[in-house]
Design a protein around this ligand. Structure first.
Ligand SMILES: C[S@@+](CC[C@H](N)C(=O)[O-])C[C@H]1O[C@@H](n2cnc3c(N)ncnc32)[C@H](O)[C@@H]1O
Length: 213
């Protein structure tokens, strides 16, 4: 079976020139570069194949996660138009797609505009093959209710043994409350959970169950 070697995380210079969107100057800072490198390291450790992200924005975490996942086959990104955090516009996803296609030509990239508050399951049923997701990054609606809803979508969608990564656990109070409530309410479906230190706190939740193959 063919195995690929993980890509190395790019240099700061490459990050600033090729990954950060034009005009998004704060994200060129070294602290953000290091923050996304932590996400890369998490993916490197877990080795996901089928990734979904709620809250794509300009594609930085998408880039970091796929970069650390040499076996990645598919990435499904969900975001809502006008959703804040710099504003997802009509021309945002085309730019994100161009960047991800250029960086990861072997990975199938699906980007869809959806407001996750209005859906009861993550998108994917219309895709060419069933997206048996083994890794879901939750970084969309940062209110307690919104994050909790996204966590429910994620635990329903992720395979047994799969991983949910939540952004901003130590940075946004609504996210902290949502995660703390979720791990209690859904304890029966959770094998392990912990916070990995980063600029904003990466909360890693592993669903109970078997292997990801
Ligand atoms: C913090 S940004 C994501 C940043 C991105 N993950 C990264 O690190 O590069 C949050 C994103 O969630 C999106 N969002 C907010 N509420 C949402 C909702 N209800 N449904 C879908 N996307 C949402 C926003 O449009 C925004 O692009």
């Amino acid at each position: 079976m063919e195995t690929k070697t993980a890509l190395t995380f790019p240099t700061l210079d490459y990050w600033q020139r090729k990954i950060v969107a034009p005009g998004d100057e704060p994200f060129k800072e070294k602290r953000f570069y290091d923050y996304y490198r932590t996400k890369y390291e998490i993916a490197l450790e877990i080795g996901p194949k089928r990734i979904c992200e709620i809250g794509v924005r300009f594609g930085y975490s998408a880039f970091a996660l796929i970069c650390g996942a040499p076996s990645a086959q598919i990435f499904i990104g969900v975001d809502v138009l006008g959703g804040g955090y710099g504003g997802m516009r009509e021309n945002t996803f085309p730019r994100v797609r161009k960047m991800l296609d250029r960086e990861f030509p072997d990975v199938a990239i699906y980007l869809t505009h959806q407001d996750t508050r209005t859906i009861g399951s993550l998108p994917g049923s219309n895709l060419p093959f069933p997206p048996a997701l083994d890794f879901i990054h939750v970084d969309g609606d940062h209110s307690e209710a919104g994050c909790l809803h996204d966590l429910m979508l994620a635990i329903l969608a992720v395979l047994p043994g799969g991983t949910i990564l939540v952004d901003d656990y130590t940075y946004i109070a609504g996210v902290t409350r949502a995660v703390d409530k979720f791990v209690v309410d859904c304890a029966a479906h959770i094998e392990s959970h912990y916070c990995k230190k980063s600029l904003r706190g990466e909360y890693i939740i592993k669903k109970t169950g078997g292997s990801n193959d």
